[in-house]
Design a protein. Structure first.
Length: 279
């Protein structure tokens, strides 16, 4: 890798490009935090919308950079418990958020595999037909979940000892809509930073594969994993230097800048909660 070329590619970004990328990142964080608002409606807890959004955004930023146990789980339990929610309620909110995040993922990845527009069969040592079958199975997940929420007479389920109440179909539909929208918005950030050098559907496919690869490898922030997947998927479609520059800019906009803001919000929340406890 010629790092001089990578640096030159980074300097070519305009202020307007970076501002739009940051606005897209803010939109994505808001969409993700909306899963916790759905959880608020689902559990009927009484925390303010501001407290819920702040907790969800802080947790998401730390989740992306340090892993689910630290961010998605650890920060939610700490902040929500200090705000007065019981452990059982926090668990249900967390479950709704995790389900919401991945239900739209199954739809989009299923469409990628079924369409056959994305060549992964050779790299995965799978034929196109096998991928289409797998994609069809993925596409069945979201309709099955919505149907279950709509018609199931049994509303309570026990998953690994955790009681789960099915939400009504409207909340489930909101989860699906927010999830699909969020993944599409996330993919639009590297697409924007690649300046149209690759078509959007290919960038979306690379992002979806990078996301699951990061989960499987348990590498915090998917460091190196995201880059490896993108470099493999987009090989021959775009030069490596501008591609790596786009991924570095993507990390700065979607991972590091929100983490800095989340750290400030978290410190202010802790200070406010300590002040309230003393009072």
């Amino acid at each position: 890798m010629d790092w001089t070329q990578v640096g030159e590619s980074l300097t070519r970004y305009t202020v307007s490009q970076l501002v739009v990328a940051m606005l897209l990142a803010a939109s994505s964080y808001t969409l993700y935090a909306s899963f916790d608002l759905i959880g608020r409606r689902y559990t009927r807890h009484l925390l303010s919308h501001r407290a819920v959004l702040s907790t969800a955004m802080v947790s998401y930023a730390f989740n992306l950079n340090f892993g689910a146990l630290v961010g998605g789980v650890g920060f939610r339990y700490r902040l929500y418990s200090r705000l007065g929610l019981r452990t059982a309620v926090i668990t249900r909110v967390l479950g709704m958020s995790m389900l919401g995040n991945w239900i739209g993922y199954t739809v989009l990845l299923g469409l990628v595999f079924v369409s056959g527009a994305f060549e992964i069969g050779h790299q995965a040592r799978l034929g196109k037909e096998a991928l289409r079958v797998f994609g069809s199975l993925l596409l069945m997940a979201a309709p099955a979940y919505l149907a279950l929420c709509l018609v199931s007479r049994r509303r309570e389920w026990i998953v690994k000892g955790i009681p789960i109440d099915l939400p009504n179909w409207r909340l489930a539909a909101l989860q699906l809509a927010f999830s699909v929208a969020n993944w599409l918005v996330i993919a639009s950030i590297p697409y924007l930073l690649l300046d149209g050098a690759v078509n959007y559907s290919t960038v979306l496919a690379a992002l979806l594969l990078a996301a699951i690869a990061g989960v499987i490898t348990h590498v915090p922030a998917g460091l190196g994993v995201v880059e490896a997947v993108f470099l493999t998927v987009l090989k021959g479609q775009v030069d490596e230097a501008p591609l790596l520059a786009a991924l570095l800019a993507y990390r700065a906009v979607y991972y590091l800048l929100p983490l800095t803001l989340a750290g400030v919000i978290y410190v202010s929340m802790e200070a406010r909660l300590r002040g309230g406890a003393r009072a």
